[in-house]
Design a protein around this ligand. Sequence first.
Ligand code: UFG
Length: 342
Amino acid sequence: MSATVLVTGGAGYIGSHTTRQLVQAGFDLIVVDNLYSGHSWAVDPAARLFELDAGDAATIGKILRAHAPIAAVIHFAGYIVVPESVSDPIKYYRNNPIASTNLIQACRENGVQHFLFSSSAAVYGQPEHVPITEQATTAPINPYGRGKLITEWTLADVAHTTQINKGGDDRFEYMALRYFNVAGASPDAALGQATPEATHLVKVACEAACGKRNAVQIFGVDYPTPDGTCVRDYIHVEDLAAAHVLGLKYLLDGGTSTVLNCGYGHGFSVREVIDTVQRVSDVPFPVVETGRRSGDPAQLVADNARIKQQLGWSPQYDDLELICRTAFMWEQKLAARISRTG
Ligand code: UFG
């Protein structure tokens, strides 16, 4: 019998790609999503979708009991817009760390022993060195990053109590995956980022290439980087989804709790990303240089030695052109759908 896994946020961008890969890997999937930014069409048809908040511990508890045994919970659901977390911190603390604590409690009360959590490179804040290892200081600079770190700490503390108290049957092991800049879409253009009012660079540039925006702004050209614009480690969403499948197998095979960076280990500047989207789309959309956006570190690049070593993760899409091409193809598909439905 295949193991049953509950995925929160499985109708969202990263969650939908991961759900599809988990189904292909033979897992039985339950998806919990309130469809705040996710879409029911993005959920793999083999998964059962429950429309509710990930922080609704009472209902999640009922679902966990009704489908017991649940081998693991993978927790994607959460708000993701950093500037919004600065302007509305309570919204972010309530929906991210507080809801995550409720979910972890439901897991503990219903015998779930394995938990994978979507964390973020935002926990590092302004890094002292790049590439960033998992041992680097965590000093987040916004409520979004602080909320992610609170949940990492909650998981570590809960796992610790089960190690010192009991062991054996009551063990709780977790994995926190710290995502760098996730981008791209599935190569068959079946799935991709469908968030309205997106703020992420690759998506914004692809929207401009599709005529959905007039121009792309570059937020700051005076950073201490080779071309003056910020450098980020862009990771294709399918490679990130694959890291979750490997991470799940690691925990189910008895792996102990761990925190892993998810990135390729090299960065590209904002200008390089925009140039690449213009090249693959063949659309020379206008680019406007403006001032810095608050809270942007100059460089975020992962040291990925640990995930390669612990999970045997071997990226298949480590190519900025491929990331931008799949994102553009997806954006074209979305634009066609919107023009058809008005
Ligand atoms: N940028 C622009 N113009 C835009 C959009 C973005 O110049 O229209 C710049 C940003 O200023 C930044 C870079 O492009 O320098 C990347 O910005 P994104 O908004 O695409 O992504 P962030 O680096 O701000 O954040 C993302 C995730 C976080 C995660 C972080 C980790 O949203 O959750 O990557 O690397 F923590």
